[in-house]
Design a binder for this molecule. Structure first.
Ligand code: SIN
Length: 537
């Protein structure tokens, strides 16, 4: 039955409270009220978990051209060169703005104002250019931006609201637009409407689609799923980046061992001590992530071992403790002293290089809907993201969207349909959600992981089609909850990843398939799908 639905209005609506969402909100807040919705706590974001840092050119031996070149090389022929040049050029100014305007502390040489940054190095970079705050860069950015947003009178930050779907309109002449969202108040169970001329998706990634991931619980691909459902094109979802080194320990689910450790000289070893990456790539253990993750995957399959090892024991112990305090402590808590013994590591799903198709200012194909940060596919990452270019993309798109948003919304229709819960009743079968959740994540890990094949993808497709049907039926039968919203989104994202992977009949960047091991020059194009040619929802 339709019930009276509370409708909130604001000038701009942001979904997600990581770097992209908060930076955007802060940049537009002088112009009018901004509402930021987040489905958990304000600091629950992928940003908060980022260890490495943000890449930008600051050293004398580096240049914008070199940063662009590294990004393009790692992107394996699919980066949008104009976006790459735009982003790397803006990087230094926006990093300075984070420091000088929003109070983010990055590590510097000395304490005086504008002191040079201490620069880290990560996989695929030819120079040191990763600006960081020890090994907790994301948490530091999150701290500063949450504090700035909370202090701004025009920003309303609302926690514990799960966005269910985007509000959209369409006319017979083919024009369409987005004008806000329906969102569930997780605590009261009520659904409310949030209406604005411009809605900005800053919902992060979809690591939770996979059984093993470095991502927090909130990374369930909500933005991609919602945008696809209202007809926005999404692209390149086959390029899921697996981070080579997550801690392997029964009690350390999802703990990342930053690539910055390899940047400081860490060496990946097989059990027994042999250098895993020797003769495999000119950059050795610091080769691009796709290369390293595939080598580890092959080694685990070949040897039957459960992990490989990251050796830091040849480096100075005091330096390790000072430079990587969080990783050092986490390992120590689990009885691993990285000064004395190698760290057991395995790959895990880490970053979604594809997403909702946007231009350099974060505009999607749907007027009134923008997407910024990991949820977006701007062309910066191509087929494989260069390490620490993700926080860079978040801030570059947020900055662009802030300048473009005033002219992008057509304004909402005058009326919002009340939320209609139909004949839905409270669920008496929550086990169905848990079981399907586990099944989706297991099938994605087993059949759509680091190494794919036609057979594995067909198997995955058959299973996801069946599960999706069940989920959609469950979704309409029972009252909506955060769990069911997230399950509906991860299953759609999984389905979209499988569809994109089936369409790419070659190996390129992060997509490697046994049936087409070569890269084919004639297939150097994005995999774009929308509702007219992709899965039904
Ligand atoms: C890391 O610290 O290894 C992650 C950095 C990134 O994903 O860019």
């Amino acid at each position: 039955m339709p019930s009276a639905t509370t409708v909130h209005h604001s000038r701009t609506l942001v979904i997600g409270s990581g770097l992209a969402g908060l930076y955007f909100a802060l940049e537009v807040a002088e112009r009018g009220p901004v509402t930021v919705l987040t489905k958990h706590r304000r600091e629950s974001s992928n940003t908060n978990w980022a260890q490495g840092g943000i890449s930008a050119v600051f050293s004398g031996d580096d240049s914008i051209a070199k940063h662009a070149e590294d990004t393009l090389r790692v992107g394996a022929g699919l980066c949008d060169r104009a976006m790459v040049e735009h982003a790397v050029k803006l990087g230094p100014r926006l990093v300075r703005r984070l420091v000088n305007h929003y109070g983010v502390h990055f590590d510097t040489v000395g304490d005086e104002e504008n002191a040079p940054f201490v620069l880290g190095r990560e996989g695929g970079h030819s120079r040191r250019r990763v600006v960081h705050h020890r090994d907790t860069t994301g948490a530091e950015i999150q701290r500063a931006l949450v504090a700035a947003a909370a202090a701004h009178p025009n920003i309303t930050l609302i926690e514990h609201y799960t966005v269910i779907d985007l509000l959209s309109w369409a006319k017979v002449d083919g024009s369409k637009g987005c004008f806000g969202v329906y969102a569930l108040d997780n605590r009261s169970g009520q659904v409310e409407a949030f209406v604005a001329p411009v809605t900005v998706l800053a919902t992060g990634g979809a690591g939770r689609v996979y059984r093993y991931t470095s991502n927090p619980d909130v990374a369930t691909g909500d933005g991609v799923a919602m945008a696809y459902r209202i007809g926005a094109p999404v692209a390149n979802l086959e390029f899921m980046q697996f981070h080579p080194t997550c801690l392997y320990h029964p009690e350390a689910n999802t703990f990342l061992i930053s690539e910055a450790l390899r940047g400081e000289g860490g060496i990946l070893r097989r059990r027994g001590g042999a250098d895993l990456m020797k003769d495999r790539h000119p950059m050795g253990s610091l080769a691009p992530r796709d290369v390293v993750a595939r080598e580890i995957d092959a080694e685990l399959k070949r040897s039957g071992e459960r992990c490989v090892f990251l050796d830091m024991t040849h480096l100075d112990g005091d330096f390790l403790q000072e430079r990587f305090p969080a990783i050092f402590q986490r390992c120590m808590d689990l009885g691993i002293d990285m000064r004395e013994e190698p760290i057991p590591v395995v790959p895990a799903a880490h970053y979604m290089c594809g997403g909702v198709v946007v231009d350099h200012q974060g505009r999607t194909a749907i007027p009134g809907l923008m997407a910024i940060g990991e949820v977006a596919m701007s062309g910066l990452h191509g087929a494989c993201r260069l390490a620490s270019n993700s926080l860079l993309e978040a801030v570059v798109l947020a900055d662009g969207a802030a300048s473009a948003c005033d002219d992008f919304g057509r304004g909402p229709p005058s009326r919002v349909d009340p939320w209609n819960e139909g004949a839905a009743v409270p669920s008496d079968e929550a086990v169905m959600v848990t079981a399907n959740w586990e099944e989706v994540r297991a099938l994605m890990w087993n059949f759509v992981g680091i190494v794919r094949s036609d057979k594995r993808l067909e198997r995955a497709l058959r299973r996801i089609e069946m599960i999706s049907e069940e989920i959609v039926e469950y979704y309409w039968r029972f009252l909506v909850t955060r769990d069911i919203v997230e399950l509906r989104n991860i299953s759609l994202c999984g389905h979209l990843i499988i569809e994109c992977a089936r369409r790419r009949q070659e190996s390129r960047g992060l997509h490697y398939t046994l049936d087409y091991p070569e890269t084919k020059a004639e297939l150097a194009r994005d995999t774009v799908i929308d509702k007219s040619c992709g899965p039904e929802t």
